[in-house]
Design a protein. Structure first.
Ligand code: KG4
Ligand code: ZN
Length: 374
């Protein structure tokens, strides 16, 4: 497929992001040029709420989108009047609906102004394809500019999702396991809050845990591994969070050493379940060629090092993780998912479709058809 120039917009949660990309070639191994890439995180503003507050997110996205667009176009050497693009890719779900709407409305205005089509993108497909742009390595994934060979399994771990997805072919997904309650990133954020740490808690808990592991070889105590023996690929993180709460209450101390041990025991349990379920899913699907681990929590060092050990059990398996700046929410991954969507359905670029019928869908799922385009 010919090279595509894409303006991508992401506003599903607390990151406002705009990117401009030029992508061509095999959808499973595209050539990608990032022409412009900007992002503003609202994490600091949401700190006081201990999580993302939807109406504040909405207001901030509305405020941030115009300057981010201008900055992105400038990086790409384009102007606001008639930039050289083929289409606009925008996240339409899942996420916080007031936040999603800001991106969609903005995309619709640009679509009118530039007379360019809109390709709606599933945020989780964005996370999946985030692994395709790799210019840096990490311990779990040494492969640069990888080829995505299928079938694949994706472990998607973020603030809103914890799921195992079978990717049978491009655009063909089956969710084989998901969390029954909290997402793993959400559990990190809640435990962080119990320890008096601010949102987002993932990186802070992870740093405390790393520190505790270097100081003491053995963990001081262990937390239960929820659903580890459930015989399916589902997860549960609310019981683990409660176990942490009870431990804090029973010991009634919050010195640095104890915080470190809590963080370590929590992280050991949280990650152990992720890795064990992933390995079980790989055993049940022995033809799997690639394992993708993506979403904000994939930036976690302990998860990366435990996942890389799966290479021992599955020597033929290709393991792909996003580089650090693409693990958490960004617009590059949305542009990538838009490119793959258009490669599969070039008819979606037909000028008749301007995305007017496009709606935000907070619960959009990977194995549900995108109805508004049908
Ligand atoms: O994918 P993402 O940016 O947003 C959602 O789509 O949810 O993921 C954000 C989540 C937050 O819960 C954050 O605490 C977690 O990812 N996170 C981490 C790390 N970095 C971000 N969790 C554990 N370890 C990390 N290093
Ligand atoms: Zn995300």
């Amino acid at each position: 497929m010919a090279g595509m120039r894409i303006l991508a917009i992401e506003t599903s949660c607390d990151e406002t992001a705009v990117a401009m990309l030029e992508i061509s070639g095999d959808p499973l191994k595209p050539s990608i040029r990032v022409l412009g890439n900007t992002l503003l995180s609202q994490a600091k503003l949401h700190e006081a709420f201990g999580g993302v507050y939807p109406n504040l997110a909405k207001r901030e996205h509305q405020k941030n989108l115009p300057p981010l667009l201008l900055a992105t176009l400038k990086q790409a050497g384009e102007d606001l009047e008639s930039p050289e693009i083929d289409f606009i890719a925008v996240t339409h779900g899942p996420g916080l609906e007031p936040a999603l709407w800001t991106g969609i409305t903005f995309a619709q205005e640009l679509s009118e102004k530039w007379q360019k089509p809109i390709i709606p993108v599933n945020h989780m497909e964005g996370h999946i394809f985030s692994v395709l742009y790799r210019t840096e390595t990490n311990p779990a994934s040494e492969i640069l500019n990888p080829k995505l060979t299928l079938p694949a399994i994706a472990l998607l771990v973020s603030g809103g999702h914890t799921e195992l997805v079978l990717i049978k072919a491009l655009g063909e997904y089956e969710i084989i396991g998901r969390t029954k309650d909290d997402a793993v990133g959400e559990a990190y954020d809640k435990v962080a809050r119990m320890l008096g740490l601010t949102y987002p808690g993932g990186p802070k808990i992870s740093a405390l845990a790393e520190n505790a592991r270097t100081k003491n070889r053995e963990a001081a105590f262990k937390f239960p591994r929820p659903m580890i023996g459930s015989g399916n690929f589902d997860f549960s993180y609310s019981g683990l969070k409660t176990a942490v709460l009870y431990k804090l209450r029973s010991e009634n101390r919050l010195d640095e050493e104890f915080k470190g041990e809590i963080a370590r025991a929590f992280e050991d349990a949280a990650i152990d379940v992720l890795v064990k379920k992933t390995s079980a899913a790989l055993r049940s699907n022995p033809h799997t060629e690639t394992l993708i681990v993506a979403g904000g929590v994939s930036a976690n060092k302990h998860l990366q090092s435990e996942i890389s050990k799966l290479a021992g059990e599955f020597p033929e398996l290709k393991i792909l993780l996003p580089q650090k700046d693409l693990a958490t929410d960004n617009a590059v991954m949305i542009g990538l998912a838009g490119f793959i969507e258009v490669s599969l359905h070039p008819e979606k670029l037909s000028t008749a479709y301007r995305g007017k019928a496009l709606v935000a869908d907070g619960n959009l799922s990977l194995d549900k058809e995108e109805k508004e385009l049908a």
